[in-house]
Design a protein around this ligand. Structure first.
Ligand SMILES: *[C@@H]1O[C@H](CO)[C@@H](O)[C@H](O)[C@H]1NC(C)=O
Ligand SMILES: *[C@@H]1O[C@H](CO)[C@@H](O)[C@H](O)[C@H]1NC(C)=O
Ligand SMILES: *[C@@H]1O[C@H](CO)[C@@H](O)[C@H](O)[C@H]1NC(C)=O
Ligand SMILES: *[C@@H]1O[C@H](CO)[C@@H](O)[C@H](O)[C@H]1NC(C)=O
Ligand SMILES: *[C@@H]1O[C@H](CO)[C@@H](O)[C@H](O)[C@H]1NC(C)=O
Ligand SMILES: *[C@@H]1O[C@H](CO)[C@@H](O)[C@H](O)[C@H]1NC(C)=O
Ligand SMILES: *[C@@H]1O[C@H](CO)[C@@H](O)[C@H](O)[C@H]1NC(C)=O
Ligand SMILES: *[C@@H]1O[C@H](CO)[C@@H](O)[C@H](O)[C@H]1NC(C)=O
Ligand SMILES: *[C@@H]1O[C@H](CO)[C@@H](O)[C@H](O)[C@H]1NC(C)=O
Ligand SMILES: *[C@@H]1O[C@H](CO)[C@@H](O)[C@H](O)[C@H]1NC(C)=O
Ligand SMILES: *[C@@H]1O[C@H](CO)[C@@H](O)[C@H](O)[C@H]1NC(C)=O
Length: 847
C-alpha cells in the first residue's frame, strides 16, 4: 500500500516534467527518430514513433534495407532492432538541425544475422559534424564482450552552426568485404546542460565543456532501479542500477525517499537533468560510524584511456535537513575532487536536487583504464554522522584534440577464473574456511538420519522469512508489475486466439477454463506429467495442436491470487532461449492455471541416472550445461532486475525436443512446497544437496547461491549420481563434498559416470572440474559469476572439440541442419547448435 502511493507520486512528477521538456525543446527544433531499413512508420513497445530512414540518406545506391533473421529474446522492442540498413561503401545521412541546440545522437546496433552478411566482418567508422564517433567499430565484438544482444551508443553533439548535421557511415578499408550497418538513429535536441567545470588535480583550471562533443559512458540511478527511456524526464535516456559497479563487498545501504518528502528542483533547467526517480533513491554508507570511517564507498568503471571524462554527481538529501549532518569527501581516481560535500548546504534544504560536475583526464599508462569514484566521510569537519550519500551518477567522455571520441573495441573477457575476491577486494572479509568445512560435514552426516525431514521443514520456513525480508523496493516493483499486467491482459483477450508470440516481451495470453479443459481432457489423470509444490502438471494441447505443459494450482496451495498474478507478470516478461516460456494463464472459478511451453525431453535428471533412458554423451551434457548457464546468467544480469532462481537443480533444467536446455520454475520456487510428505522428501533429495553453505551461515540469499547449486549440477552431470544419496557411506552422501574430496585426492576419475568416461579429453575434464569446483567455493565471494561460469564451460567445450577435430573428422562432416541453425542462432548462442553429437540424433529418432 505504502509502495503504491510512492509510485503514484512519481507518475505525477514524470508526466509533469515530460510535458515541460517537450514544450521547451521540441517546439523550437525537430527530433529525428529513425528505424533504419524500415519502409513504414512504426511504433515501439512504448508507443514511440520511428520513421523510415531513406529520405534522410544523401545517396542510397550503396546501401540496402534488410531484416534480422532471428529475434533475440532480450531485445526490448522489435522496433527498431529487427530492421537494419547495411552500407557497402561510405554513406551519409543529412539532418537539418537548429544551430541553437546541442543534440543527443543515439545509434542502435543489433548484430544479429542478416541475409548474406557475416557480422563478424563488419568494422566501420561513424562521423558526425566533423567528429569521429566510432572507428574500427565492431558491434559484433562489442556485444560479445558485454554479453548483450544489442548495443546503444549515445553521444551529445555541440550545436552545428551550418544547420546541417551529416552522419556518415564508412566501412573499414583494412578488411575485405567489410560493411557498416545501423538499426536505429535518434537525433534529439536538448538545451545546454553543461557548464565550465574544474579539472580534478588542477584546482585553478576550468574546462569549457560547452565546446565539447561527448559520449555517454555510464548513467546510473544510484541505489535505485533501471529507468526505461519512456520514464526519463524528456530525453528518453536510460538509467541503470549502480549495484554492479560498486567495488567489493562494501555495498553501503540503499534507501528511498519517504512519501511525504517532496523532491523539488531548484530551477526549470534542473528538471531535464534527471527524473525524480533518480533523486528519490540513494546509496549511503550505513548506520555504523566506526565502520564508515574505515572504508570508502567506491564505484569502479571500465573506460578508454587518453580521454578526459566529465563525471556528474546527482544529489538529493531527503533524510536529513540540517547543514553539517552528513559531510564527505569526493574522490575521483584517488584524487580529491571536492573535500567537504554537504548536500543540504548545496541545495539549501531537504529534498532539493543538486548536481555537481568534475572533469578528470585519464592518461594512457597501461592498467589505467579504470575510473574510480569514491566517497568518504570528512571527519575533520566534525559532522553529526560519518556518512556519505549519492543519488545518481553520469560519466561522459569528451572528444580529444583530433575531434575523436572512438576507443578500441572491448576485449572479450580473459579466460581466467576470476572471482570477486581477486577482482575486487572487500574491506574486511574474514575467511572462515574451517567453519565451512565443519558445517559441510555435519550436513553430510545428518542427511543419513530421519532427523533430516524436520530439519528441512525448518529450512523451508527460514527461506520464506528471507523472502519476506527482501528489500522493500523489490516489493514495490511487484506491485507495479501487477497493476500493469491487468492492463495488458485485457488487451490480449481481444487479440483473438492466435498463439502468443515471444515478440512483445511482456505479453501473457489469457485462456478460458473451457479451453484448458478441452486441451487436457478435463484434467484427465493420464495426462499428468509431474507433481510439484504448486500442484499437478498436465500435458495438454491448445489451439488444437500445440503441446503445452499446464500447471494447475492445488486448491490448497498457499499461493494467493495476488501473488499468482504478480508471478505471471514477472514470468511473462522474461524471454530467453534458455528459460521455459510462460505462454499464458487462466484464472476462472477459483482456478489458477499456468500454461508453459511443453518440453518433450523432460528433465535433465531423468537422462542422468535412475532411469532406463539411454545415457547422454559428454558433449551433449556439456551443451546442456552451457544452455542452462546461459539461462541463469540471463536471470542474474540480462533482465532488468537481478533474479535469483533459489532452486537450481537437475529437475529444474528441462530439455525440449531438440535437446535445448531450459531453466524452469524460477520465481515460483519461492512459493515453497505444500507440506505433504512426498514433497518434503523430494526436497531432501533435491534442493537439500544443492544448498549454499553460506546461506546457512548468513541467511542471505545472493545470486552466488545459484552458482553454488549450479556447481552441484555440474558434478551431477559429470558423475551421473544424485546430489544427495543417503544410501552411500557417510563420506559419499553429499556429492558436493565427495567431489571436492576426490578432486583434492586426485581421484576424481574414479567417480566419473562410466557411460562417458572414455569420451572426455583430459584438458576438457580439467577445465570443467576446475570451474565446477570454483562454484562450490565455501565463501560466495570466491565463486565466479554465472557469466564467468558460462565462458569457462564454453571454453571446456572448445577444448573438447579441438581434440575431437583431430580424432573424429568423420563425425564433423555430418551436414548441419542449416535452416534450423539460422533460425536459432542468436548472438549469445553462436557456438551452440552445431555440436549436437551423433548419439543424440539417435535418441531423438528413437523417441
Ligand atoms: C502541458 O503543457 C501545457 C502547455 O503548457 C499545459 O496546458 C498542460 O496543462 C500541461 N499538461 C500537464 C499534464 O502538465
Ligand atoms: C517501455 O515501458 C515499460 C514501462 O514503463 C518499460 O519497462 C520498458 O523498458 C519500456 N521499453 C522501452 C523500449 O523503452
Ligand atoms: C554534408 O554533406 C554534404 C553532401 O556531401 C556537403 O555538401 C556538406 O558540406 C556537408 N556538411 C558538412 C557540415 O560537412
Ligand atoms: C583482399 O582482397 C585482395 C584482392 O582481392 C587480396 O589480394 C587480399 O589478399 C585480400 N586480403 C585479405 C585480408 O583477405
Ligand atoms: C514509468 O512510468 C510509468 C508511467 O509513466 C509508471 O507507471 C511506471 O511505474 C514507471 N516505471 C518505472 C520503472 O519507473
Ligand atoms: C560498529 O561497528 C564496530 C566494528 O564492527 C562495532 O564494534 C560496534 O559495536 C558497532 N557500533 C554499533 C553502534 O553498532
Ligand atoms: C586507487 O587506489 C587503489 C587502492 O589504493 C588502487 O587499487 C587503484 O588502482 C587506484 N586507482 C587508480 C585509478 O589509480
Ligand atoms: C579512500 O580513498 C582515498 C583516495 O583514494 C584514499 O586516500 C583513502 O586512503 C581511502 N580511505 C580508505 C579508508 O580506504
Ligand atoms: C575535510 O575538509 C577539510 C576542510 O576543507 C579539508 O582540509 C580536508 O582535506 C578534508 N578531508 C578529506 C579527507 O578530504
Ligand atoms: C595514450 O597516449 C600516450 C602518449 O601520447 C601513448 O604513449 C599511449 O600509447 C596512448 N595509449 C593508447 C591506448 O592509445
Ligand atoms: C580493429 O578492431 C579489431 C578488433 O578489436 C582489432 O583486432 C584490430 O587491430 C583493429 N584494427 C585497427 C586498424 O585498429
Amino acid at each position: 500500500m505504502k509502495c503504491n502511493i510512492i509510485i503514484f507520486f512519481c507518475i505525477i512528477d514524470i508526466v509533469h516534467s515530460q510535458n515541460n521538456t517537450k514544450n521547451s525543446a521540441s517546439n523550437a527544433a525537430d527530433s529525428f527518430v529513425l528505424a533504419c531499413g524500415s519502409s513504414n512508420d512504426a511504433t515501439d513497445e512504448n508507443g514511440s514513433k520511428w520513421i523510415p530512414d531513406n529520405k534522410f540518406l544523401i545517396s542510397s545506391s550503396n546501401s540496402l534495407p534488410t531484416i534480422a533473421q532471428s529475434q533475440d529474446p532480450s531485445l526490448p522492442s522489435i522496433v527498431p532492432y529487427m530492421t537494419a540498413r547495411i552500407f557497402k561503401s561510405e554513406s551519409t545521412y543529412k539532418f537539418s538541425v537548429s544551430p541553437k541546440f546541442r543534440y543527443w545522437i543515439r545509434l542502435h546496433f543489433y548484430p544479429s544475422s542478416y541475409k548474406n552478411f557475416d557480422l563478424s566482418n563488419s568494422f566501420f567508422s561513424v562521423t558526425a559534424g566533423g567528429f569521429t564517433l566510432l572507428n574500427n567499430f565492431s558491434a559484433f565484438i562489442t556485444a560479445q564482450a558485454l554479453t548483450q544482444a544489442y548495443i546503444v551508443r549515445e553521444f551529445n553533439m555541440i550545436p552545428i552552426n551550418s544547420g546541417n548535421l551529416n552522419l556518415t557511415f564508412t566501412p573499414s578499408s583494412t578488411y575485405n568485404d567489410s560493411f557498416a550497418f545501423v538499426n536505429g538513429i535518434e537525433i534529439i535536441p536538448m538545451p545546454e546542460i553543461f557548464q565550465p567545470v574544474s579539472l580534478v588535480g588542477f584546482s585553478d583550471q576550468q574546462m569549457d565543456t560547452e565546446s565539447y562533443t561527448m559520449q555517454t559512458m555510464f548513467r546510473l540511478n544510484v541505489g535505485g532501479q533501471y529507468i526505461p527511456p519512456s520514464n526519463d524526464s524528456g530525453f528518453s535516456r536510460t538509467w541503470f542500477d549502480d549495484a554492479p559497479y560498486v567495488y567489493g563487498a562494501a555495498m553501503g545501504v540503499t534507501s528511498e525517499a519517504d512519501k511525504n518528502v517532496r523532491i523539488s528542483y531548484s530551477s526549470d533547467v534542473e528538471k531535464y537533468i534527471a527524473p525524480v526517480n533518480v533523486y528519490s533513491t540513494a546509496r549511503s554508507m550505513g548506520p555504523n560510524s566506526t565502520v564508515n570511517k574505515n572504508y570508502n564507498l567506491t564505484w569502479v568503471f571500465q573506460i578508454d584511456v587518453n580521454f578526459t571524462y566529465l563525471v556528474r554527481f546527482h544529489f538529493c538529501e531527503y533524510q536529513l535537513s540540517k547543514v553539517n549532518q552528513r559531510v564527505f569527501a569526493i574522490f575521483i581516481n584517488n584524487q580529491t575532487a571536492y573535500p567537504e560535500a554537504d548536500v543540504i548546504a548545496w541545495g539549501e534544504g531537504r529534498g532539493v536536487t543538486v548536481h555537481k560536475d568534475y572533469a578528470i583526464h585519464v592518461n594512457g599508462k597501461s592498467g589505467d583504464d579504470q575510473l574510480w569514484v569514491a566517497l568518504h566521510p570528512n571527519v575533520t569537519s566534525k559532522p553529526e554522522f560519518y556518512d556519505a550519500i549519492l543519488n545518481g551518477l553520469e560519466i561522459f567522455k569528451l572528444n580529444d584534440v583530433r575531434q575523436n571520441l572512438a576507443g578500441p573495441n572491448p576485449m572479450p573477457l580473459p579466460l581466467k577464473l576470476e572471482t570477486e575476491s581477486q577482482q575486487r577486494r572487500p574491506f574486511s572479509q574474514s575467511k572462515s574456511k574451517n567453519h565451512g568445512i565443519i558445517i559441510g560435514s555435519v550436513l553430510g552426516a545428518l542427511a543419513g538420519f530421519v532427523l533430516v525431514v524436520g530439519f528441512v521443514v525448518f529450512l523451508i520456513h527460514r527461506r520464506r522469512r528471507v523472502d519476506v525480508e527482501m528489500s522493500s523496493t523489490s516489493r514495490c516493483l511487484s506491485i507495479y508489475r501487477y497493476s500493469q499486467s491487468s492492463g495488458t491482459r485485457t488487451t490480449s483477450k481481444t487479440s483473438g486466439s492466435s498463439r502468443i508470440s515471444n515478440k512483445g516481451g511482456g505479453f501473457c495470453r489469457h485462456f478460458a477454463l473451457a479451453e484448458i479443459k478441452l486441451g487436457t481432457d478435463n484434467f484427465n489423470e493420464s495426462n499428468v506429467i509431474g507433481v510439484g509444490g504448486f500442484g499437478k502438471v498436465y500435458k495438454g494441447y491448445i489451439d488444437g495442436s500445440a503441446a503445452v505443459a499446464i500447471k494447475r494450482a492445488n486448491p490448497s496451495s498457499e499461493q494467493g491470487v495476488h501473488e499468482f498474478e504478480t508471478e505471471i507478470d514477472l514470468l511473462s516478461k522474461l524471454r530467453h532461449r534458455h528459460l521455459v516460456s510462460l505462454i499464458g494463464a487462466c484464472e476462472e472459478n477459483d482456478e489458477m492455471i499456468l500454461v508453459y511451453d511443453y518440453m518433450a525431453n523432460g528433465t535433465l535428471r531423468e537422462h542422468l541416472y535412475n532411469n532406463n533412458k539411454p545415457p547422454l554423451c559428454w558433449k551433449q551434457r556439456l551443451d546442456i550445461c552451457i544452455g542452462a548457464a546461459r539461462g541463469l546468467h540471463y536471470l542474474h544480469t540480462g533482465a532488468k532486475y537481478t533474479i535469483i532462481h533459489r532452486d537450481v537443480k537437475t529437475t529444474n533444467i528441462l530439455l525440449d525436443e531438440r535437446w535445448v536446455a531450459k531453466v524452469s520454475d524460477f520465481g515460483l520456487s519461492k512459493t515453497g512446497p505444500s507440506l505433504n510428505q512426498t514433497h518434503v522428501s523430494t526436497m531432501v533429495k533435491g534442493s537439500f544437496g544443492y544448498l549454499d553453505p553460506e546461506y546457512f551461515r548468513r541467511q542471505q540469499l545472493t545470486e552466488k547461491s545459484d552458482v553454488y547449486s549450479f556447481g552441484v549440477v555440474l558434478f551431477e552431470v559429470l558423475c551421473g549420481r544424485p546430489a544427495i544419496n543417503p544410501s552411500f557411506s557417510k563420506e559419499q552422501v553429499s556429492l558436493a563434498d565427495w567431489a571436492l574430496v576426490n578432486l583434492k585426492r586426485d581421484t576424481l576419475e574414479d567417480i566419473i559416470d562410466p557411460c562417458i568416461k572414455g569420451q572426455i579429453t583430459i584438458d576438457c575434464l580439467n577445465h570443467f572440474t576446475e570451474t565446477a569446483a570454483k562454484c562450490l567455493s565455501d565463501s560466495s565471494i570466491d565463486r565466479p559469476s554465472m557469466g564467468s561460469v558460462l565462458r569457462h564451460l564454453e571454453y571446456s567445450l572448445r577444448l573438447q572439440n579441438n581434440s575431437d577435430d583431430e580424432a573424429m573428422v568423420v563425425a564433423k562432416q555430418k551436414p548441419d541442419n542449416d535452416e534450423a541453425n539460422a533460425m536459432h542462432t542468436t548472438l549469445l548462442s553462436i557456438e551452440e547448435e552445431d555440436k549436437i553429437c551423433v548419439e543424440s540424433e539417435e535418441h531423438s529418432a528413437r523417441r
